[in-house]
Design a protein around this ligand. Sequence first.
Ligand code: ADP
Ligand code: MG
Length: 190
Amino acid sequence: MKRLESREVKSLIRNRIKKIRENLSLEEKNLLEKRIYEKFFNLEIVKNSKTFLSYMDFKNEVPTRKINETLIKLGKTLNLPKIIQGDMVAVLNNNRFEIGKYGISEPLGERFYKNIDVVIVPGVAFNRRGDRIGFGKGYYDRFLSEEIYKNSLKIALAYDFQINDEFSGEDFDIKMDIIITDKEVIVVGE
Ligand code: ADP
Ligand code: MG
């Protein structure tokens, strides 16, 4: 039998885990969000960082509304992603949104050109080596490969069922530094 290529394995796992995530109930989601929220704000590096890029969740991704609200309350600089001409960019949150490409809320603030301490990354699946499967468009890979984000700490948020060690990242897949799930904090490389 032909050995499956990394990208085919990624595609199979992407589809399987997306289906599981679609079936999460609101109650489950709220409970798991709370556990992930607590682990996130318990990290010293989060307490000590100033500038963040978070995301606006859609399709049952780990919700970020409470995380984003708390970051603002703590006086952190909060940016959110926006797709401009096919590329993801960081935009300063001003609490005003429009519905962008793919139906995701996008901020109406100014573009943010400075470096970012912590990037909070959504995803469909992650392995324990920090590799990520997204929706298959490579937005985060291209964004995070920019020189200015090389030293940003990449923290992924995921439900426990999204951790999967059956796939390998491809050369262009940018690795996560930390993956927070409802069950554990995975520090990649530890
Ligand atoms: P996702 O990360 O969303 O799961 P993939 O990893 O499959 O998606 O990447 C989707 C596409 O994006 C790939 O076909 C790849 O060619 C392209 N891509 C990823 N990173 C880069 C990059 N740094 N520069 C140019 N294209 C890239
Ligand atoms: Mg990728």
